[in-house]
Design a protein around this ligand. Structure first.
Ligand code: FES
Length: 165
């Protein structure tokens, strides 16, 4: 369990988060270069990036808050709102569109009883659409947390979800 330790009023990152960020920092000279990875580190433990988290990262890396805000809204894998325990993202970019990703989207929405962008009542799943995941020849693509599912067909969806229920 990653307990958030309030080191002081200005630094709200936990010791574990700092340790992980320091490991990444070791490889790069520029803190801007590690900002997206730092956001991912913090998100891994807190599940989303709140304004407070963003400020803490900005302070810790000594980089502009505006810059962090921009990249955190640019990358669809960074969540600026609370999400469920498992985040399901389907790709709606061109190739997955041609490969009829909509059938997968429809089954997901029907099975989970939510629309894209929503979280189930039990906070177990959040459903999001995302842009190209770089696996176009294997579309339609589904990502659940950090797991990628390729060539997904509607009848597989329930079995896939069962792994996270
Ligand atoms: S278009 Fe879906 S992974 Fe590229």
């Amino acid at each position: 369990m990653n307990q958030i330790i309030f080191l002081n009023k200005k630094n709200l990152l936990s010791k574990l988060e700092i340790k992980k960020i320091e490991k990444i920092k070791f490889k790069y000279k520029d803190n801007h270069a590690i900002s997206i990875e730092s956001l991912k580190v913090v998100q891994r433990y807190r599940h989303w990036i709140s304004d407070i988290s963003l400020k803490a990262i900005s302070k810790y890396l000594n980089i502009e808050l505006n810059y962090l805000e921009e990249i955190s809204t640019f990358y669809s894998q960074i969540f600026r709102k609370p999400v469920g325990r498992h985040v399901i993202s389907y790709c709606d970019s061109f190739v997955c569109y041609v490969k009829n990703y909509k059938r997968i989207k429809n089954v997901l929405e029907k099975t989970l009883k939510i629309k894209t962008g929503q979280t189930t009542k039990n906070k177990r799943f959040t459903l999001l659409q995302t842009c190209c995941l770089g696996n176009c020849d294997k579309g339609p693509i589904l990502m659940i947390n950090r797991d990628t599912y390729t060539n997904v067909i509607p009848k597989y969806v329930n079995n896939i979800l069962n792994r996270y229920r």
